[in-house]
Design a protein around this ligand. Structure first.
Ligand code: ATP
Length: 387
């Protein structure tokens, strides 16, 4: 239990059934050594709320400190990826490595809980009841969290329960109010708590990654427009905020080998779009049974997402001989970043995920790339005599 409304209601729903329940609150970030405070991660408040809800439900609870495991298995590897210029998803790896990893590993040894005990969370997701467990999207499509759970192993899924997956968020809040759970009006949690205020992500990473300056280059003219302090300070698709330019410039690529950030004018330049992606390091939830048809030349029809907050994309999926997977979108998509997790679904069934290596606009759809490039170049140099 996290101290939020979702896991409180998950516990309440299980308490109404015939389970022998025990709650665990996990602490996974320790900032006291650096700043003397836990600002941003108000874990004490969360822990108090977990205890309060457990008193209301009459179930035991305990805290487990996994901050060392989180640092070693999620944060440190993510730092190395940010430093190298790609964009990792620590929230996806936290589920695999910490909640359904370190935490599950600890339980049988630290408590008298049998191996076959269930492990329940307040995620918005469902599980099928067939002979093999399938991870299914939540009933509340806006809240569905299967993207974050797409890296789980089948063994972890076997032990998982998602009690709130059949409810909408308003229904979950209503249950919490009806049963006087102190967390009923708790606001939504906002991603990585330890980063603190929204928009301060760069400042946060600056504390951990030494600066590595390099040029910001105009893809159209090859001119240097400014300097970045490290590839991690920009994400593909974002406004590069270069002053003195006739148009807003957006990051379309990073050249990791040469430590360069490339920008293009406007939000809609063709270099910002991708028609296909290549992804590596596939983790299929049914590890022995990747999607049928994926190794055929024609591939198989599935749906993909490479960010939690995006609609899923109809696509054709093919596996290469080296195990990497090529996902070709029916319609091009913007802002594909290497390092991000891409997950696949067959209708509601989440199959697994891989890590994006590259996005390609090949062949460019809906626009003639050469013409567009020339037009943009001409228009751009006319508007900008001295870029
Ligand atoms: N610190 C924690 N200790 C134990 N379990 C946690 C913790 N953080 C998250 N979880 C579990 O993972 C689930 C999903 O976590 P997430 O961070 O996405 O929170 P959420 O969707 O806002 O849910 P909640 O409202 O319960 O915080 C939680 O419902 C809870 O079961």
């Amino acid at each position: 239990m996290s101290g939020g409304v979702d896991s409180s209601v998950a516990a309440k729903l299980l308490a109404e059934q015939d389970y022998n329940l025990s709650a665990i609150f996990m602490r996974n970030w320790d900032t006291r050594d650096e700043s003397g405070t836990d600002k941003g991660c108000e874990w004490e408040k969360d822990w108090q709320d977990v205890q309060q809800v457990c008193r209301t439900l009459d179930i035991p609870c305990r805290m487990i400190d996994l901050s060392r495991e989180y640092w070693n298995r999620v944060f440190e590897p993510s730092l190395r990826l940010w430093e190298s210029g790609v964009t990792p998803n620590p929230d996806v790896w936290c589920n695999k490595e910490i909640k359904f990893g370190a935490l599950l590993d600890r339980l049988p040894h630290s408590e008298s809980i049998p191996e076959e005990a269930w492990f329940a969370t307040g995620h918005y997701a469902r599980k099928s009841t067939g002979p093999r467990a399938k991870l299914l999207r939540a009933v509340d499509r806006h809240k569905d969290q299967t993207y974050y759970l797409s890296s789980l192993s089948e063994a972890s899924l076997d032990r998982a329960l998602f009690p709130i997956g059949g409810f909408t968020k308003p229904e979950v809040r209503e249950i919490a109010r009806k049963h006087n759970l102190v967390t009923a009006e708790r606001p939504e949690s906002m991603g990585l708590c330890f980063v603190g205020e929204k928009g301060k992500f760069r400042d946060f990473l600056d504390q951990y990654i030494p600066p590595k300056p390099g040029p910001i280059v105009d893809l159209l003219t090859d001119k240097t427009l400014g300097e970045h302090h490290g590839l991690w300070t920009y994400t593909i698709g974002e406004n590069a905020r270069i002053s003195g330019m006739p148009m807003k410039m957006f990051v379309s690529r990073k050249d990791i080998a040469n430590n360069r950030v490339y920008v293009v004018p406007g939000t809609d330049h063709i270099d910002l779009w991708a028609t296909s992606i290549r992804a590596t390091g596939w983790s299929w939830i049914w590890a022995d049974s990747p999607p049928i048809g994926i190794s055929q030349p024609a591939g198989t029809r599935l749906r993909a997402k490479f960010r939690h907050k995006m609609g899923d994309i109809p696509c054709t999926v093919r596996r290469r001989a080296d195990g990497d997977v090529i996902i070709t979108f029916d319609d091009p998509r913007k802002a594909v970043s290497p390092g991000q997790v891409v997950a696949l679904w067959d209708a509601d069934w989440c199959l697994g995920c891989g890590t994006i290596v590259e996005g390609k606009n090949d062949p460019p759809q809906s626009l003639d790339y050469t013409q567009d490039y020339q037009k943009a170049n001409i228009a751009y140099t006319q508007e900008s005599p001295n870029p």
